[in-house]
Design a protein around this ligand. Sequence first.
Ligand code: PMP
Length: 315
Amino acid sequence: MFNIPTATPSRVFDHIEAQIGNTPLLGFRRITAHLPANVEVYAKAEWANPGGSVKDRAAAYIVRQAEQSGVLTPDKTLIDSTSGNTGIAYAMLGAARGFRVRLYVPENASPERIAILRAYGAELVLTPAEDGSDGAILAVREEVARHPDRYYYADQYNNPANWQAHYHSTGVEIWQQTQGRVTHFVAGLGTSGTLMGTGRRLRDFNPAVQIVAAQPDAPFHGIEGWKHMPTAIKPGIYDSHFADDTISVNTETAYATARQLARQEGYLVGISAAAAFAGALRVAEAHAAANKPAVIVTLFPDNAYKYLSETFWRD
Ligand code: PMP
């Protein structure tokens, strides 16, 4: 049946930060049709955040803590390195709350992301593509060391407010949206904030919840937003012993899954979302093969709008 409900008509927001979080939990039909009814797969639609990605959560929490503790004041510039989504969130929040934002972005970040950052009025420093996201991190550290008084260094890789945002929002939402039935949480690793914060909260609710980390299978990969932890600078907030299991996803699988999600479900998701879904599907298929029930939740960090210039969509 086709049922188009009127979405909650009482949702009126006073300001942009109020729109962050409480994202929908999506179900699947065709791409999961081979699974038995007792193996369920869901994904959080993080593109519903006003900056278009999961990183609104972490950025808003980082900014709020910094403002409350007095380290981010209107005369300071928020500075950080970002492959894009956190930067978009900072730029959006800086515009709305009245502080300047200076971002170090690898020059090979998608042109759509760079255009969005400029549109919000952020100041950009493009770092060499071959140095990757670690090159952007090192460049920010140098600039902060040169002019410590000018900046609030948000440092998303080492700032506990990053994972705490997910502890206080994403984890609670997943627990409530599954009525406490979630058995697995699968998330890709970038800063690891999503996995660490959501995972900690879900384990507080139920220590049996399995936390599965997904990462690219190689240091050079096309899954924007993900890090290959064995070869990257380890984020301070990341605990490599935290996850119960780790899954590697290769870039071709991510691309193929992105096409399938678009063409079989109507979900036009970003590459890391597709990769996370591929990981969740692997967990689901293993449970189906072993005749075990599972309620598997993953997270779609963003949608495909920033990656439409990628050629894999044409296949
Ligand atoms: N996917 C995308 C598209 C992202 O921008 C990010 C953030 N870098 C992630 C996944 C990983 O999220 P986290 O930083 O919370 O590990």
